[in-house]
Design a binder for this molecule. Structure first.
Ligand SMILES: [Zn+2]
Length: 243
């Protein structure tokens, strides 16, 4: 039997998900978010960009606002009403102090115990290259979880009235090829599928398939792959870093 994944911690009240693009959370993570918000937890989303460079047939000035609207609708499906955008430029997000500061500021505003981000490693499972945006935001989110609690790293945040928050207990990385923890996917799976489907323009540009079938197959396959490591149950997996 494959080595089993531990259940994700449940003893927290607020989470902040920090990712690069609209749709990054909808390839499976949103099913876990639905489960968490069902349990009365608060989850907020922060996106580094509006994903304005993500659709070949649409220029950024049109794509950005459209993808922002789709992201807000998508979040609502899984019980998330707070969606913020940091206005970095899609495709060329730079890892560095400016990004860390923007994410640290968001962490201070939201005061989460759990920070969620997307795969920060160079590849997806050693096969496909990850994009620079995901790597930059994932790494910066891991760093910012600590930066947010240190009054001396970005003193300008304190001057803006954002007091340090050292209450982040874990950073959970979704899409990692080294998962350690998981959430039962079943309670939130249908809403997870609808949350991906809410990125309608993006999904239609991506595939010739029926959009709903595309979303359903993709998510069902994804969570199914983890079942042999989670007692036979479809699961949303995370690599969990304690802080
Ligand atoms: Zn992305």
């Amino acid at each position: 039997m494959a080595e089993q994944l531990a259940p994700m911690p449940e003893d927290w009240q607020r989470a902040l998900a920090v990712v690069a693009h609209p749709d990054d959370l909808e390839y499976g993570c949103a099913a876990a978010v639905a489960h968490w918000t069902d349990g009365g937890r608060e989850v907020a989303y922060v996106l580094a960009t509006r994903g304005e460079a993500g659709i070949d047939s649409l220029e950024p000035a049109i794509s950005g606002p459209l993808r922002e609207a789709e992201q807000r609708a998508s979040a609502e499906v899984v019980g998330v009403s707070s969606v913020e955008f940091l206005d970095h430029r899609d495709g060329v997000i730079e890892y560095g102090p400016a990004l860390r500061r923007d994410i640290a500021a968001a962490i201070r505003r939201h005061r989460p115990e759990l920070v969620i981000t997307l795969n920060h490693r160079d590849t997806w499972g050693g096969t496909y290259r990850n994009t620079p945006d995901h790597v930059a935001v994932g790494r910066a989110a891991l760093d910012a979880a600590a930066d947010a609690g240190n009054r001396w790293i970005f003193p300008e945040l304190g001057a803006e009235g954002l007091v340090p928050w050292d209450g982040v207990r874990w950073v959970a990385v979704f899409g990692s090829d080294r998962p350690t923890h998981a959430v039962d996917a079943e309670p939130g799976l249908e809403r997870g599928i609808r949350s991906l489907l809410a990125h309608r323009t993006y999904v239609e540009a991506l595939t010739e398939e029926d959009p709903e079938q595309y979303c359903r197959n993709l998510l069902t396959d994804g969570v199914g792959q983890a079942a042999d490591r989670f007692g036979g149950r479809p699961a949303v997996t995370f690599e969990l870093f304690p802080c």
